[in-house]
Design a binder for this molecule. Structure first.
Ligand code: GAL
Length: 386
């Protein structure tokens, strides 16, 4: 018995490499959620702006809704000193470690942006030639998330070296022993979804930059069609950040972004000013039923089940055997959209719940129809077994 026990234990150690080792955390088991400075502030960020955003997130219910990372995007960078240590712009970020401590004390995590190139997209200092040291500096500050943005890397790398450039920083981050989510940003070049995971990424942008308008937003989301096989726990397609609350879209359009990103199991990074947000925006960002679809443990990215003219029906299978179904109207007037259960692989008789109205809708036979406003969406959950 004793020998059998020992052999069994040794076998376990061999077949579960790494799983039992301290410090080996499985990151991003559900799509990462947080806030990122770029969409609203561009490079006009500083310590007090970031603290205020973190304060807001900790107070307004977003933290409890699942938002976690406060990501400092481009605009924080200063210079590498003679010893190769990366320093923030001292006028804007006098004490990066202090800022990270502050954010951690609010029960949140911290992200930062840099590039494998010599400069960021805004022409500021980046990580080329300093990767190992920068990874250590980030870990020392207490960084939990690194967005690695290609930017100027074309100047120093050939296209075929792109994967190595990403792998290098990923390895250097892993070597710090701090669990740091690695977010690839290279706008979907070279079918990044096919190799992002193998170079150590937990998420990768599939597109160029989102803009604060409906066309940009909807195209970023719909562009994910066909990429579902590349997403799952620990590795996510990223159609870019939320524009909810940024001022150039309607409430229906904001709800559409949340519905679509939820169906896509996309990372959810708010991109608005959290200190000046009206309650309607907050309600959209924190809708628990939509977030639950996005964060569903199975991590299945939804797919487009049917397209009729400017309308699409998307479906996402859920852990509990149910299904989230999104009806999207790209037209600029209201349309009636009908989801036929057979086409979704469902039984003929199902129970549905509206995830924006927070209302059980009752039983439906064969199909579900709804009038969907211009640029709007209807998001329902179909329960398992009708
Ligand atoms: C872009 C990136 C944006 C933002 C910006 C900062 O390349 O796609 O999300 O990070 O750089 O300069």
């Amino acid at each position: 018995m004793k020998i059998f026990g020992r052999v069994f234990f040794l076998t376990l150690l061999i077949v579960l490499p790494g799983r039992c080792l301290a410090g080996d955390v499985e990151l991003a088991q559900t799509p990462p959620m947080g806030w990122n400075s770029w969409n609203c502030f561009r490079t006009n960020i500083n310590d007090s702006i970031i603290r205020a955003q973190a304060d807001a997130m900790a107070k307004n219910g977003m933290r409890e809704a699942g938002y976690q990372y406060i990501v400092i995007d481009g605009g924080w960078e200063g210079y590498h000193d003679a010893n190769g240590v990366f320093h923030p712009d001292p006028d804007k970020f006098p004490d990066m470690k202090g800022l990270c401590d502050y954010i951690h004390n609010l029960g949140l995590k911290v992200g930062i942006h840099t590039s494998p190139g010599p400069t960021t997209c805004a022409g500021r200092e980046a990580s080329y030639g300093h990767e190992k040291m920068d990874a250590r500096t980030f870990a020392n500050w207490g960084i939990d998330f690194v967005k690695y943005d290609w930017c100027s890397a074309d100047k120093v790398y050939q296209p075929e070296q792109m994967q190595d450039a990403y792998r290098k920083m990923s390895d250097d981050l892993k070597a710090t022993d701090r669990p740091i989510v690695f977010s690839l940003c290279q706008y979907g070049m070279q079918d990044v979804w096919k190799w992002g995971r193998s170079v150590g990424g937990q998420m990768w942008r599939t597109t160029g930059d989102i803009a604060d308008n409906y066309n940009s937003m909807i195209l970023h989301g719909l562009n994910e069609e066909g990429l579902e096989q590349y997403a799952g726990p620990g590795h996510w397609n990223d159609p870019d950040m939320l524009e909810v609350g940024n001022g150039k879209m309607t409430q229906d359009e904001w709800r559409t972004q949340m519905s679509l990103w939820g169906i896509l199991a996309a990372p959810l990074f708010a991109g608005n000013d959290l200190t000046r947000m009206n309650p309607k925006v907050l309600k959209i960002l924190t809708n628990p039923e939509v977030i639950a679809i996005d964060q569903d443990a199975a991590g299945i990215q939804g797919h487009c089940a049917r397209q009729v003219g400017p309308t699409q029906i998307w479906a996402k299978a859920l852990t509990d055997g149910g299904m989230a179904v999104g009806l999207f109207n790209m037209n600029n007037h209201a349309m009636t959209i009908t989801a036929v259960f057979k086409e979704l692989g469902l039984s003929d008789r199902v129970m549905a719940r509206d995830l924006w109205l927070h209302k059980d809708l009752g039983q439906f036979d064969k199909s579900f129809s709804s009038v969907v406003p211009a640029h709007g969406s209807v998001l329902i959950k179909i329960n398992k077994g009708g």
